[in-house]
Design a protein around this ligand. Structure first.
Ligand code: UGA
Length: 434
């Protein structure tokens, strides 16, 4: 099939590349000339595991192309994916100007029947607005489909190739049939393609993300309470998670959820509710608790150093909002760094992938170490912010040798309490005994 993808962010690029992998002829469009030129020369603009292999394979097979011309995109694809940003507006709602702007342009350029697919995470009712924006400009026949993505950063390629489900929201049989044909190769293992109306599809995405954010936040509150009453959240988690109604995943407490999706989507769903006269009390609480959780280590660090961390040095392991990505959007590490710098502390950081992004944000305010052990040299404590695999089994002798004193604040519960005691560390983690 011939497919065009408008927008080559992580969703657009993964979508385009993976659709090329099953033999489709894919043209990816982006307004950024520099980016398009680099991609044409074979440069992958983002870090996403396994993407580079597929990207190069499909460029070499002549199935994956790039252009800055929306006109060309419309000419090429029978199915046109919109994978454009929907940033958070000042009031928490999703800013639809990119999506609706593209829809208007499509309306001006469309010459024959196309299926226009909303891939971006957009509030309920957006498909209708996209349809309106296009039909204001043209009489040509087209359909709009809501097809939300459920890709996790760091696993986006795997998630696309082996999805647990595909959601297709459309009121057109013709468009639904085309979409089912496109996705059929990805659900051979028997996972379902769930078809529904557009609004339900749009809401499915928000409901899924807000539910997962709520699940994490609930566990973070249980963890906070465990500390007060002297329980161990790891044990509570194991005890709860074996109930198949609850499930083991997304029960890991930590220093809050971050990234480009959960924070934005929870706020956007809350705002959509408000706009429709409905108050999502539960989401209010999730937003509030998560904001506090990002800084949950700070009062303990203050207390440990008798409220005087001026001129103390802290090593931070992990800057990305989660492992296997260089994405630092809403990353808890950034909030911790800001609090430490505000108190006059010095901060030395290491992350396997995210340091260039943090350098752009903080510049010379931080020291960037070339490896995890270098970050420890002369530091008064280590703070773990992201659970990269490399941090899970460190050489504790090197840790002790590097740090001024054997002190660890662990926002991701990477280490065993007994082992830390045996190794002689002061060890503070989330929801477990210190
Ligand atoms: C999330 C969803 O998982 C995807 O299904 C969805 O498609 C995507 O948002 C999106 O809307 O585009 P992502 O933000 O990449 O994916 O990352 P997750 O792996 O879901 O993690 C989100 C945050 O939750 C991270 O900060 C992570 O550290 C935190 N988390 C996750 C926990 O604190 N505890 C857990 O048990 C799990």
């Amino acid at each position: 099939m011939k497919v065009s993808v408008i927008g080559t962010g992580y969703v657009g690029l993964v979508t385009g590349t993976c659709l090329a992998e099953t033999g489709n002829d894919v043209l990816c469009i982006d307004i950024d000339e520099n980016k398009v030129q680099k991609m044409t020369q074979g440069e992958v603009p983002i870090y996403e595991p396994h993407l580079d292999v597929l990207f190069h394979r499909n460029i070499n097979a002549n199935r994956l192309h790039f252009s800055t011309s929306l006109d060309e995109g419309l000419e090429h694809g029978d199915i046109i994916f919109l994978a454009l940003p929907t940033p958070e507006d000042e009031d928490g709602s999703a800013d639809l100007s990119y999506v609706l702007g593209a829809a208007k342009e499509i309306g001006k350029l469309i010459k024959d029947y196309k299926v226009i697919v909303d891939k971006s995470t957009v509030p309920v009712g957006t498909s209708e607005k996209v349809r309106e924006a296009i039909s204001n400009e043209t009489n040509v026949d087209f359909d709009v489909v809501s097809n939300p993505e459920f890709l996790r950063e760091g696993f986006a390629v795997d998630d696309f190739l082996k999805p647990e489900r595909i959601v297709i929201g459309s009121n057109s049989e013709k468009a639904t049939a085309l979409m089912e044909k496109l996705y059929k190769p990805f659900v051979r293992s028997g996972n379902p393609i769930i078809t529904m109306d557009e609004k339900s599809a749009e809401l499915t995405k928000y409901a899924a993300n807000a539910f997962l954010a709520t699940k994490i936040t609930f566990m973070n509150e249980i963890a906070n309470f465990c500390e007060i009453v002297g329980a161990d959240v790891d044990k509570v988690r194991a005890g709860m998670g074996t109930d198949s109604r609850i499930g083991k995943r997304f029960l890991f407490p930590g220093i809050g959820y971050g990234g480009s999706c959960f924070p934005k989507d929870v706020k956007a769903l809350h705002k959509s509710g408000k706009d429709a006269g409905y108050e999502f009390d539960i989401l209010n609480a999730v937003i509030k608790v998560n904001d506090l959780q990002k800084k949950v280590l700070i009062p303990r660090i203050d207390a440990y150093f008798n409220n005087d961390i001026k001129d103390k040095t802290f090593a931070i392991w992990g800057l990305a909002f989660k492992p296997e990505t260089d994405d630092i959007r809403e990353a808890p590490a950034l909030y911790i760094i800001e609090e430490l710098l505000n108190r006059g502390a010095k901060v030395k950081v290491f992350d396997p992938e995210a340091m260039p992004n943090v350098k752009r944000k903080f510049g010379n305010d931080l020291t960037f170490a070339s490896n995890m052990y270098e970050a420890l040299e002369s530091a008064d404590a280590l703070i773990v912010c992201t659970e990269w695999s490399i941090f899970r089994t460190p050489d504790f002798d090197r840790l002790r040798a590097g740090l001024n004193s054997p002190t660890i604040f662990d926002g991701r519960n990477l280490y065993d309490l007994k082992e830390m005691e045996k190794e002689g560390f002061y060890y503070s983690s989330i929801g477990r005994k210190t």
